[in-house]
Design a protein around this ligand. Structure first.
Ligand SMILES: *Cc1c(COP(=O)(O)O)cnc(C)c1O
Length: 385
């Protein structure tokens, strides 16, 4: 490393430290480090085709008509009104829907209000599930092993939970950061056998990228909520709909828990733009077009993963999400590879050095547009040659 890149490396490391268990946002990077040119953002996990689709509607219906003025000047609907729309769309009793300013707010509300003495969190994971835990809550980690490709072994998991007797458990399906997927049947078995656990949180934030057969049908378990009253389903719209910037997420909870939360706040926690998105989400015309971009993106992601798998000296873990966890096996560290990707190639990847439960050197790379994916493949091929 020469002096200039060492200085850049130093500066980048500092930004990463300031972001805690997350990565610096694209805006932070651009403002703080104007000297680096980011060509591809493969750190954040969104479907860029879905962002384009949203923008098309946004332009046609809000900008071109001037309706944007109302969206900005006036209050959006209250939480329970947006919940009504979403509930009707999902065919789930609206009194069970809690709308969040992003799913992170939903996770925070659940962890702070309904998780009691002990929660089991699988690692590696999305950090808020343990970092938001209150001081009196014991967090017990269930380690997913790289030897098992980070998959959940249902029997082992059920035995582990039974031994620890927690009041809450979390399963992210597909999981972030490894993309590991629990097949529908296995998940049902886990939920059945652990029906004594009061709070079972299933985070389906990446479910729109998962599939079990060639029709690419959505394998969500949201429709089973009536059969399993202890299910708490968390859903972010940020990644699969490509709209992290407007903060949309929701949970499906027992109705009394939704009332409990609404009695204590969250009245206008969605913005006008978020409400506009939720209205689109419940519309047939939008969803029909969305299904096309969803399937196109999945198909391209599959190709991306296949190509990544052919690069030597790195290991790509099986994924059912829109990203891959890559283990670096050429003797370099994830800091070195992430920095080289950024400084030499302008590719922003997620350095996983801060992720609990990852033993080794890992980076996470998101699927992007086709030409961006090809650029990532070419760059990694050069690095690992
Ligand atoms: C990103 C993410 C969330 C939260 O996303 P929001 O942008 O706050 O909606 C929740 N769960 C998982 C697993 C995630 O990766």
């Amino acid at each position: 490393m020469n002096a200039t890149s060492a200085a850049l490396f130093e500066k980048f490391s500092k930004l990463k430290t300031n972001a805690g268990n997350h990565s610096p946002s694209l805006t932070t990077l651009k403002v703080q480090m104007p000297e680096i040119e980011i060509k591809v953002d493969a750190c954040f996990l969104s479907n860029p085709y879905a962002t384009e689709l949203f923008l098309k509607y946004f332009k046609k219906e809000l900008l071109d008509t001037g309706e944007i003025n109302n969206v900005l000047e006036f209050y959006p609907s209250q939480n329970n009104e947006i919940a009504s729309l979403v509930g009707q769309h999902l065919k789930i009793d609206p009194s069970r829907i809690f709308i969040g300013n992003g799913a992170t707010e939903v996770v925070q509300a659940i962890i702070h209000n309904f998780v009691k003495d002990k929660i089991i969190v699988n690692i590696p994971t999305f950090s808020p599930y343990y970092s938001f835990a209150l001081p009196h809550t014991e967090v017990v980690y269930y380690e997913l092993k790289k030897e098992d490709n980070f998959t959940v072994n249902p029997d082992e998991y059920i035995a582990f939970v039974t031994k620890h007797k927690p009041d809450s458990i979390v399963l992210i399906n597909p999981n972030n950061p490894d993309g590991g997927y629990i097949p529908h049947k296995e998940l049902i078995r886990i939920v059945e056998e652990l029906s004594w656990v009061p709070t079972i949180i299933i985070d389906e934030s990446f479910i729109h990228f998962a599939f079990e057969n060639s029709s690419l049908a959505l394998p969500s378990i949201a429709s089973l909520i009536d059969q399993y009253p202890n299910l708490h389903i968390v859903k972010s719209m940020s990644k699969d709909f490509g709209i992290a910037g407007i903060r949309c997420g929701y949970a499906i909870l027992p109705a009394e828990k939704v009332s409990y939360l609404l009695d204590r706040g969250f009245l206008w926690n969605s913005s006008g733009l978020a409400e506009y998105f939720f209205r689109l989400y419940t519309r047939k015309d939008f969803i029909l077009e969305y299904e096309e971009v969803r399937k196109k993106y999945i198909t391209e992601s599959l190709f991306f993963v296949t190509e990544l798998n052919r690069i030597p000296k790195m290991r790509v873990y099986p994924t059912k999400a829109n990203f891959v966890l890559i283990e670096i096996l050429n003797g370099q560290t994830s800091d070195e590879i992430a920095t080289e990707l950024l400084l030499t190639y302008g590719i922003y990847a997620r350095n996983c050095s801060d992720k609990k439960g990852l033993y080794g050197q890992f980076i996470r790379v998101a699927t992007r547009y086709k030409d961006e994916n090809e650029y990532i493949i070419r760059s990694l091929r050069t690095i690992f040659r």
